[in-house]
Design a protein. Structure first.
Lengths: 288, 579
């Protein structure tokens, strides 16, 4: 218990720094382009062109060129973004929901529950994630939904640890003691007095994980375990284009660029939100 | 200005950048400090007393606008970084929280030597000798230099801070509430040291405090500050005898020692709000490199306590005596390891918080959820008590708050308002017992007096029992019907608020408490409250000035005297109640 004195308001409304505003802009742009892919590219991205349209270099009709079957790379990129982002968002939502639940239960509940849940978390962490994903996807029919679920179900551990650590710190705070003194149920206590405090942390973790999930999905699709024809994702586009790495660079360069930009923008945004919500771990350059 | 003045502030005005716009912290302050004189700057929170100290040091935050004149030995100061560099060695400063100012990874001696070297003394034997002499000057043993800050008690840390402040041989010492966080016995010792250092060195001192009784006994001159300007400035005795300004009179009136002890309450019908028998709280203690050794530290040792409905009982003792552990065990937040606890006659299992025993915390800012509005906090408590009829506005009105506060969050309120919201929440839970852990310690005297009045009125009306935990005896007497004194986890004395304390420990607490108009207490070398008690005999014996060889043999028991007083002291009992 500390004595008086002014403290910094935890919800202090600050501003994102320049880098994270660029990140936010790119995140919104990529999301908007993917959602509006159908209107932006009137031609069907799966439409196969005649022999004269195969492997065209970037030109006025096809700004990013065409692939081996004469399909427009720009149109496929926009449609591919849909799949990549959908998988990323779905998997992160799942990971965050699982991680927050496990973390709060471990942090608020009795000591034995904490021990059980954290041991489980450690076991999951110790398991080689890529191997698990490959195994699961390989023994079943590959689908994007499965990829999202698998990425999410293997990515909740760090969120759980983060939330548990914060919940343990909150446990000893006076206002939590006061709430316990009202004989609130554990569920209510978690919802009313813990969740509002861990939510900002979870938001930051989720944003940072989104970039990671985009990468992971591309990786799986590249291995042919993700999006299957006629669905496309950025990873699948790279896989299709790798045979023409030297003679048709646009087949791999543009999806690669899209992945890189998306990952970087999510990371910039996540860093920015973190600095905004928690001045203590910020860049430390706030007041010189 | 006279030639004697060391520092003169003339119509000093400071405007700070606040979250909602500029704040006029000082509005034309005139103050003169002379060598060899202790000036106390007294005021309620927000009166500008801390800003005054920071302005003198040139430590105001960026964006602060200073106007007026500051002269140091006749030389005009600019109030900028040049000013700070100029005065760094001529003004020493000590703060309220010494722990925050010491680096935890260096020994106290190393930090002293570093400060001495900053004054131009080369490293080596000379600097070390200087550091040792500084420790001696602040009444610390020389071997303390080898210890780390966490190994020191609060009083020792504050003395180390004083030694650090003295390292540059300053001409002016500014002390901002240096003893507010300390127990009365430790406070008396630190103040004694401060006084002797200032007298011997002939320094000027600015003593910033909200405690008029403390200032009155310590300072030569009293300067009362209100809303950024001095309303009274004169010799301490003259100001206290005949306060000229309304503000000074109000400060005096709000001192707890100026309110009469609370009258005994009529015994209420029905079961007592709280009754505990043989309550124990023990914490597991692991020792050794691999924490392989097991031990038990007993924080509360077989405490019997009854608080009637409508009764107020004060629990008094120094930090570490177990009073907070007892409070947490009574409210079910800490597992009691023994004893029976009843609230309103009903048995309560250990380690489960009960709505019927509500805690009021020392720091109301921490006790309210920062992400919850005040109205939601109160409504939650009312819902927990199954109360659907009363409105949040009613509960806020009970504690003297406007209904529109319901939509605000704790950080938008003042300290006094926060404590009222915390009280409204506790009362909305319809408790039988309120356990208040120094709820007014972070408030100034005026606010404290208002909260205390409010509590008394509400209690007379509602009839819950109140257990008020404090180390402030005069305050305890003004609120409570009965006073229970704890030492090392045991009750050593329990007596009516109007009666005279008999136990040597209680008498020491009384003697060390600064009282208005009385000379400062004479301080012997007090054995710290943090020293482990002896294995056999009376726990207080090593500190007791009346102890005789008998005291070290058998553990004294709590005995009831003819007047109903409970006392655990063989000497008092042997001498028939007198020393």
């Amino acid at each position: 218990m500390s004595r008086g004195g002014t403290r910094i308001d935890p919800g202090f409304p600050g501003r994102l720094d320049t880098a994270s505003r660029w990140g936010l802009g790119l995140v919104l742009l990529v999301a908007a382009l993917s959602v509006c892919a159908g209107w932006l590219t009137p031609t069907d991205p799966g439409a196969v062109g005649g022999a004269e349209t195969h492997l065209l270099a970037p030109c006025p009709e096809h700004p990013l060129g065409t692939d081996v079957l004469g399909r427009d790379v720009l149109g496929r990129l926009l449609h591919g973004g849909r799949a990549s982002l959908a998988v990323a968002w779905l998997s992160v939502l799942l990971a965050v929901a699982l991680g927050t639940t496990v973390g709060l239960a471990a942090g608020i509940g009795p000591a034995w529950l904490d021990r059980v849940l954290m041991t489980a978390t450690d076991v999951f962490l110790a398991f080689p994630r890529i191997f698990l994903i490959l195994l699961l996807v390989a023994v079943t029919r590959p689908s994007l939904l499965l990829v999202a679920v698998v990425i999410g179900a293997t990515g909740w551990m760090s969120v759980a640890r983060l939330v548990r650590a914060e919940a343990l710190a909150l446990r000893g705070r006076d206002f939590v003691l006061a709430a316990r003194g009202l004989e609130l149920t554990s569920l209510r206590l978690a919802w009313r007095h813990f969740l509002p405090h861990v939510a900002p942390l979870v938001l930051v973790a989720a944003t940072l994980r989104l970039g990671n999930a985009v990468l992971l999905e591309s990786f799986l699709s590249y291995l042919g375990l993700g999006a299957q024809e006629p669905l496309i994702s950025w990873g699948a586009m790279i896989e299709h284009g790798q045979g023409h790495l030297l003679d048709a660079w646009w087949l791999t360069a543009f999806p690669g660029l899209a992945i890189t930009l998306t990952v970087v923008s999510y990371n910039l945004l996540g860093d920015g939100i973190r600095d905004l919500l928690d001045p203590r771990v910020g860049s430390g350059r706030r007041d010189g | 200005m006279s030639a004697r003045d060391l520092l003169a502030l003339e119509s000093l005005a400071v405007v700070l950048e606040g979250p909602t716009g500029p704040v006029r912290a000082l509005r034309g302050l005139d103050l003169r400090l002379s060598p060899g004189e202790v000036t106390a700057l007294v005021g309620v929170s927000g009166s500008g007393k801390t800003v005054t100290g920071l302005t003198i040091l040139g430590l105001l935050p960026g964006g602060a606008a200073v106007s007026g004149r500051m002269t140091w030995r006749g030389e005009v100061l600019a109030g900028d970084s040049a000013h700070r560099a100029r005065l760094g060695r001529e003004i020493g400063m000590i703060f309220q929280d010494p722990g925050a100012c010491l680096d935890p990874v260096w020994t106290v001696g190393a930090q002293l030597v570093e400060t001495v070297r900053a004054g131009g003394i080369p490293a080596g034997a000379v600097a070390e000798a200087r550091a040792a002499s500084l420790l001696e000057e602040v009444h610390l043993p020389a071997d303390l230099g080898g210890r780390y800050p966490h190994q020191l008690s609060g009083g020792q840390k504050q003395r180390v801070m004083l030694a650090l402040a003295l390292a540059g041989d300053p001409d002016l010492l500014i002390a901002d509430e240096p003893t507010t966080a300390l127990d009365v016995t430790i406070q008396a010792g630190v103040l004694d040291t401060l006084r002797s250092v200032v007298r011997r060195r002939g320094m000027a001192m600015l003593f910033i405090t909200h405690d008029l009784s403390l200032a009155g006994g310590f300072a030569d001159r009293l300067a009362v500050i209100h809303e950024g300007r001095l309303v009274e400035d004169g010799p301490a005795a003259a100001v206290l005898d005949a306060p000229a300004h309304e503000r000074t009179r109000r400060l005096l009136a709000s001192l707890p020692e100026n309110s009469p002890p609370r009258k005994p309450s009529a015994p209420a019908a029905g079961p007592p709000a709280l009754s505990v028998a043989a309550l124990r709280v023990e914490y597991a203690r692991r020792r050794g490199l691999w924490r392989q050794g097991r031990g038990v530290r007993t924080a509360v040792r077989d405490v019997d306590l009854v608080v009637g409905a409508g009764e107020s009982v004060a629990l008094v003792g120094e930090s570490g005596c177990g009073k907070t552990s007892l409070a947490l065990a009574l409210t079910g937040h800490v597992l009691r390891t023994g004893g029976d606890l009843r609230l309103g006659g009903a048995h309560r299992p250990p380690g489960t918080p009960s709505r019927e025993a509500q805690l009021i915390f020392q720091d109301a800012g921490a006790a309210l959820d920062p992400r919850q509005t005040c109205g939601a906090a109160v409504a939650e408590a009312a819902a927990a008590a199954g109360d659907a009829r009363s409105s949040v506005e009613d509960f806020l009105a009970d504690v003297g708050l406007e209904p529109d506060l319901a939509t605000r969050r704790p950080h938008q309120l003042s300290g006094g308002q926060r404590q009222r919201v915390a009280l409204a929440r506790a009362l909305a839970a319809r408790p039988r017992l309120l356990v208040a852990d120094e709820p007014t310690a972070s408030l100034d005297v005026a606010m404290q007096a208002r909260i205390v009045e409010l509590l008394k009125t509400l209690q007379d009306d509602r009839g819950w029992g109140l257990l008020w935990i404090t180390h402030d005896l005069p305050l305890a007497r003004s609120i409570c019907h009965r006073i229970v004194v704890m030492y090392h986890g045991e009750i050593v004395e329990a007596f009516p608020a109007g009666a005279r304390p008999m136990h040597p420990y209680t008498r020491e607490l009384v003697a060390m408490t600064p009282v208005l108009g009385a000379p400062p207490p004479v301080v012997d070398d007090v054995v710290g409250a943090d020293a482990d008690p002896p294995d056999a005999g009376c726990a207080f014996a090593p500190r007791c000035r009346f102890a005789d060889p008998m005291c070290g043999r058998a553990k004294p028991s709590l005995t009831e005297e003819a007047d109903g007083r409970l006392i655990r002291c063989p000497v008092v009992l042997r001498n028939g109640g007198t020393h």
